[in-house]
Design a protein around this ligand. Structure first.
Ligand SMILES: C[S@@+](CC[C@H](N)C(=O)[O-])C[C@H]1O[C@@H](n2cnc3c(N)ncnc32)[C@H](O)[C@@H]1O
Length: 246
């Protein structure tokens, strides 16, 4: 992104609506988490937000430490997931000893990090043989009604972020691998509107623009046979990336 201040504002936009975020953002498929972890159990969830990825890790029997800089997101995580140790910190500054974890994971977050600084910290706190895992839930735009919607959610702040999930080469990481796992989120028109309202370019748009955009999306969803009747599945494709610490 061209404007570092706007980038920082978008990266820290989520805490203002932490409870809405927790309720309306999608979880992660357990199959994708298992593919990344390969049985590893001691996990750091970086940029954990309200704990949507931590929740899947706990369900798989992992011991989870979370790092999250936003106090409102961290408070929501602590309320929803008391089994997780939630720490203040950033991807670029993690309060943990060298080699503390079998796995470091980040859901919907790696694109907000300063990549070189974050990879230095991540590979420091990972033990050799541990794994870095990245996840993004992406709208499945091979589905026509989703493809048309993607364009409708650009605001004066910018488009929805197009995530580059290709991990750069790093001297302490084996070459990265990736997989795509089909996923879905049960939605109604109004709950999907709430989800879209948590996306940073919509959350930060001026109120009148935001309201007009959400009205347009509501009208669109009412007009489509796939969504008009009320309950539907938002089609997602989860991309998971893994790279083993050398
Ligand atoms: C889109 S949310 C994802 C939250 C959670 N991982 C999930 O899957 O729902 C992005 C999160 O990254 C956090 N964040 C932004 N910049 C960060 C950084 N440099 N280091 C760590 N966390 C960061 C934000 O506070 C926010 O909670």
């Amino acid at each position: 992104m061209d404007h570092p201040e706007l980038f920082a504002e978008r990266a820290s936009s989520f805490g203002a609506n932490a409870a809405v975020y927790a309720e309306h953002r999608p979880d992660y498929p357990l199959a994708a988490i298992e593919w990344v972890l390969g049985g590893r159990k001691s996990v750091l969830d970086l940029a954990a937000g309200t704990g949507l990825l931590s929740d899947g890790l706990v369900r798989l029997g992992c011991s989870v430490t979370a790092v999250e800089p936003d106090p409102a997101m961290r408070a929501e995580l602590a309320r929803r997931q008391p089994a997780v140790t939630a720490l203040d910190g950033t991807a670029e500054s993690i309060a943990a000893e060298d080699g503390s974890f079998d796995a470091v994971v980040a859901g919907q977050a790696f694109h907000w990090f300063n990549t070189p600084e974050a990879l230095t910290e991540i590979t420091r706190v990972l033990r050799p043989g541990g794994v870095l895992g990245l996840f993004w839930n992406r709208d499945d735009v091979t589905v026509p009604w989703m493809a048309d919607l993607a364009e409708a959610t650009t605001t004066s702040i910018g488009p929805a972020l197009v995530v580059n999930w290709m991990l750069p080469e790093h001297e302490r990481l084996a070459p990265a691998e990736h997989t795509f796992v089909p996923h879905g989120q049960a939605r109604t028109i109004e709950s999907f509107i709430a989800t879209i309202g948590t996306h940073s370019q919509v959350a930060l748009a001026p109120p009148a623009e935001r309201a007009a955009l959400l009205d347009d999306v509501r009208a669109y969803l009412r007009s489509r046979p796939e969504t008009a009747s009320g309950d539907f599945i938002r089609p997602l494709s989860t991309v998971a990336v893994r790279a083993v610490r050398l």
